[in-house]
Design a binder for this molecule. Sequence first.
Ligand code: NAI
Length: 303
Amino acid sequence: MAEVRFDDRVAVITGAGGGLGRAHALLLASRGAKVVVNDLGGSMDGAGADATPAQKVCDEIKAMGGEAVPNYESVSEWDSAQKIIQTAIDSFGRIDILINNAGILRDKSMMKMEIDDWNLIIAVHLSGTFFCTKAAFPLMRDAGYGRILSTASAAGLYGNFGQTNYGAAKLGIAGMMNSAKLEGAKYNIKANTLVPVAGTRLTATVMPPQVVEKLKPEFVSPLAAYLVSEDCQLSGAMMVAGAGYFSRAAVVEGPGYFFDEPEKVTPDDIAAKLAEITNLEGAAEYDSAPAQTGHALSHIKLD
Ligand code: NAI
């Protein structure tokens, strides 16, 4: 089998000064990619800034014979996100790969969450992913090639106590990639979502050290690298990785129950048919909203 390589490819990886982003950067660079190592270098909850993390990862890449440039901008503003993408053009003349990975946490139960905790998490994760993707998209369209991987979380797919802000942003990212997949299709732009589990500074405080040890970020990066490779023809997939576990998650919809006369349906009819309505046996995935609507309308006879 041919090795998955990134020769002549240019990758921008946000939040690559540590954790998962650093592991992705080192793997891509070891296989030939030129990498923009972006990292604001703030604290886990988004305070401050520090050039050291991005610079250190660039030094590591150069020490192993690779090519990398640092960028210290925040993903969370449109102006600074454009500068992140522009760094790839200024330094290497192109952008083939974007990994939206930068992230912070502001965990609090809904009742204790400050509005600032909500706004900042949405700004970094959801808006940050949108801004970087929006800046990269026209360049990828013009090149007729692009691979975008954005980072979601099981907290968004399935929920987690104290993470209403983070979960909303993370599932929003998966929703964003569903539409990016459709908008990028004719330009050979693939847009996928990564759902990682890794022992990093974001999780080290909530996991025992022996679990953190089994969850090295490096164990996630092979899937991330595959998903941003030329070989990858998947688009709109939510791919899960951690501790040697790899899987695909999906939104599915049950076959449903069709009432022939919608105008006559009462709440009591819903109660009576709840088992059929909630049944997921024979559930389907849809690759666009119109495809799903097509199913919902499949019993309608138009005159
Ligand atoms: P990490 O804290 O080690 O890495 C995140 C990096 O993003 C940090 O180096 C940080 O300085 C940088 N960053 C934060 N805000 C930024 C901004 N505004 N602009 C640019 N850079 C910024 O944490 P980890 O775990 O490696 O997280 C990477 C991504 O994976 C995040 O999006 C996180 O939410 C996601 N994730 C991680 C999981 C895990 O188990 N570690 C689980 C699910 C998702």
